[in-house]
Design a protein around this ligand. Sequence first.
Ligand code: EPZ
Length: 430
Amino acid sequence: MDRIRIVGGNELNGEIPISGAKNAALPLMIASLLTDEPLVLNNVPRLADVKQLERILENHGVDIAVHGRRLTDDDEAGQQMTFTAQTIVDTCAPYELVSTMRASFWVIGPLLAREHEARVSLPGGCAIGTRPVDFFISGLKQLGAEIDIDEGYVVARAPKGGLIGGTVNLPKVSVGATHTIMMAATLARGTTVIENAAMEPEITNVAECLVAMGAKITGIGTRTLTIEGVDRLHGATVDVIPDRIETGTFAMASAMAGGNVLLRGGRVEHLQSALDILGQAGVDIAQEEGGIRVQRNGNGLQAVDVDIDPFPGFPTDLQAQYMALMTRSTGVANIRETIFENRFMHVAELARFGADIRVEGQVATVTGVPELRGAQVMATDLRASVSLVIAGLAATGETMVNRIYHLDRGFERLEEKLRRCGAEIERVPG
Ligand code: EPZ
């Protein structure tokens, strides 16, 4: 298995191009199931999760084309891909395909809306919590679906004539349930209202894509989405937004290593809360025409407490990276995780660098230390893995990050982007 080797201590200086957002690309690809016409997506990142979803969609009968030349490692532009679900040949999403990636469960919404039936394996994904699907089930039932669990599969059937609009009040903000119910409601008869909807930028990207496909959605970017069902959707061409989590990750990496980096394409409005916290910690952040500039020239980092919250709050997908950063701060930072119950698995690995972190319930208390020392480490999920890379950039000596397949699920050319800015980092084939 490949590993990543880092020799810490170098500043980062230069530009890092931000790729298309994984968590927008995946649901946008799934939206292609709603129409028999082509959906063209620009700026799709080259990631293992995108590949895996391609396999799942192909199993349902979606024809997938990648345009232009196959890009080489030096290319920065994302892929342009066309997804055409002219005929759905199979409404079952089998265990073998779904179990490795939770987002693949979301196909249940479009399949049910268009084909009036779906049989989808209960999902897998990162080991960050139990991550149940009860909101999906109760939400789709509100649209008239009948749902059973059969041998590890969720079996859903729409009433004769299709789903019927209804009111869905999500007990807790859920990105996946919002995507799924919103997609399902586009083809339902009548009006659906989703209350306590997620308002992450990825939800807005998908909602605007659905509108471009002919859906009638209002309240986009708010906690209440109203969807008036239409008979059919058509094709469209849509850009995947820049990845705000990748942007935030490189902002933390730059803050950790010191130096001056332009995160090209990054959007401040997608990341305001995290950038505000970095500012309080002593990092200089500026919006420029081409992106976000992050600088830390010789100043120390101050410890700043953070509560993780749904958008527009500080994202859970940046919690591990921020914790890595705080290990080198002056003072004590309390980080409260409120979204997932088991998202502190990087704590034990950060301790291998000599970090001082205590966990009590949902709060991790990080006391800054004057030095991190390189170590052999391994992580069990995507964002935790990259937090170890961030720690390695500031650690003395050599760090070896093992089991990096998680990184390849969600970061495009990570080591190359960092190396170009001066980091000593390489992939060691294993
Ligand atoms: C999305 O996951 C993201 N994944 C996650 O990113 C992200 O961490 C998460 O949203 C929160 O922002 C994608 O977009 C592909 P949720 P999702 O439903 O939709 C509970 C990454 O690293 N819940 O918003 O699965 C759930 O357990 C990934 O890129 C229920 O209880 O997250 C959690 O506590 C990891 N029942 C909370 O809601 C349900 O039926 C929010 O989860 C659904 C969710």
